[in-house]
Design a protein around this ligand. Structure first.
Ligand code: ZN
Length: 200
């Protein structure tokens, strides 16, 4: 009986492990599908909207938090650290990002470098497929903006958070990280991006 119980427990454990890994595999497939669907909704390099300057938001109505919630969901599904409105074809000065694990919304943001220190780090972009380039940016900035309900706030940021907000504000000005990369990195990146343009 003890042996039987042991076998039974053993089999049971085994089944549970298989069920768990199946569930994990399903969750992983779902995550990848969500990511594909999200990326298909994000404008890609070559789309003229990525080269246009977004206009100031003048009215804070209830459509705005709905939009920024949708942008945050897309950003998370696509596995990104930030998403600007241009990237979903909306030319308004709005971006969302995660700063140290916290979702943030910036409307009409203005970034000002603090001091003269710059740092170079590798960046990626949801609109530039697998391209990674080193980009030099101000190490420390202040950012003034409004939240989705129109409340003004200002933050002082350094390191990665400072980099993320500078990348996103660039999008609102129609600028891409490629524009700030050194000539060699830019050439390499275009080598990755150009064949995609021919095929699409
Ligand atoms: Zn980007």
């Amino acid at each position: 009986m003890a042996t039987h119980e042991h076998d039974h427990d053993h089999d049971h454990d085994h089944d549970e492990r298989e069920e768990l890994s199946e569930a994990e595999a399903r969750a992983e497939v779902e995550r990848l599908v969500r990511k594909e669907v999200a990326l298909s909704q994000i404008r890609q390099y070559g789309d003229p909207v990525l080269r246009m300057r977004a206009g100031e938001v003048e009215t804070f109505d209830e459509a705005l938090p709905e939009l920024t919630d949708r942008m945050l969901e897309l950003m998370h599904d696509a596995d990104g650290a930030g998403l600007a409105a241009n990237q979903i074809g909306i030319l308004r000065r709005i971006f969302v990002c995660t700063l140290e694990g916290e979702d943030r919304v910036f409307v009409n943001p203005v970034v000002t470098p603090v001091g003269r220190d710059v740092e170079s780090e590798i960046e990626g972009c949801l609109s530039l497929a697998s391209v990674r380039v080193p980009v030099e940016r101000a190490a420390k900035v202040t950012i003034e903006a409004h939240d989705a309900h129109g409340a003004p706030f200002s933050l002082e940021l350094e390191g990665h958070p400072a980099r993320v907000v500078q990348h996103e504000v660039d999008h609102l000005d129609g600028k891409l990280m490629l524009d700030r990369a050194d000539p060699e990195s830019r050439r390499e990146a275009l080598g990755i991006l150009r064949p995609r343009l021919v095929l699409s």
